[in-house]
Write a protein of this length. Structure first.
Length: 257
């Protein structure tokens, strides 16, 4: 666990997954869980140093009570990167992590070299309302995957044989934290700030994502100056899981360009 004290905000204990060496990459996980040592992260770490913190309020990381809004989260990530002694990082944010990655790129443009937003939440389209990610479990599961969920979704959760309810509590805590930024809709004013992003930006979207449809990816790209969109076929909200090879290839090519 990494301890981080931020003046005026509070103290945090952060669970960090790290691997690889070279150019640093900050990975911000989605609204459900941190993926732990997922295959796509290990592969990205073959050519760079990947730092993937678990956000306070999720899993074992603490300090969520110090967050009042998305600005606090952006400041948290800015100070976390600074605590590692890094002057600049590439940032890949998935889902809710995409919203947070975009906010970080707005308030700390000097810190973000290149930005990848993967099926990001953060804007709302009145004419194409997105499915409630906290709605009926069966509907959400169907919307998340192109070909159905894998046998084991990537997660850093470790089962506790002495606590049969641990998995349920883990999921409930994570989703409860996510509602602070995503309920009733995942819109906290980011639309107004996206035009301020100066980092080269790639928006990656699963073609079958029923939570963040391609229309939302195109809206992000319209609002972020010179942003590009890549749509990955036969993938839903987790293209890095359903189409790992293509995802790693697309992201690596962008970061290396």
């Amino acid at each position: 666990m990494t301890t981080l004290d931020i003046a005026g905000i509070g103290r945090f204990e952060v669970d960090l997954w790290e691997d690889g060496s070279g150019s640093p990459l900050l990975y911000l996980h989605g609204y459900e869980r941190h993926p732990g040592g997922a295959g796509f992260l290990k592969r990205l770490a073959e050519s760079r140093r990947v730092l993937a913190p678990e956000l306070p309020g999720w899993g074992k990381s603490t300090g969520f009570e110090h967050f009042t809004d998305v600005l606090d989260v952006a400041l948290f990530h800015r100070e976390l990167v600074s605590s590692w002694g890094l002057e600049q990082v590439d940032v890949v944010g998935h889902s809710l992590g995409g919203m947070f990655a975009a906010e970080l790129a707005v308030i700390a443009p000097q810190l973000v070299r290149r930005l990848v937003l993967v099926d990001p939440f953060g804007v709302w389209l009145d004419d194409q309302p997105s499915l409630d990610p906290f709605g009926a479990a069966a509907d959400v599961k169907a919307a998340k995957w192109h070909a159905g969920p894998p046998e084991q979704e990537p997660t850093n959760f470790m089962p506790d044989p002495e606590d049969p309810h641990a998995a349920i509590l883990f999921s409930a805590r994570n989703l409860g934290s996510a509602t602070k930024f995503m309920w009733p809709i995942a819109e906290r004013g980011l639309r107004r700030r996206l035009p301020l992003i100066s980092a080269p930006t790639l928006v990656v979207n699963g073609a079958s994502d029923g939570l963040v449809t391609t229309a939302y990816a195109e809206e992000f790209a319209r609002l972020v100056p010179d942003a590009k969109v890549t749509v990955i076929d036969e993938a839903g909200h987790y293209p890095m899981v359903e189409q790992e090879d293509e995802f790693v290839s697309v992201v690596t090519a962008f970061l290396d360009s």
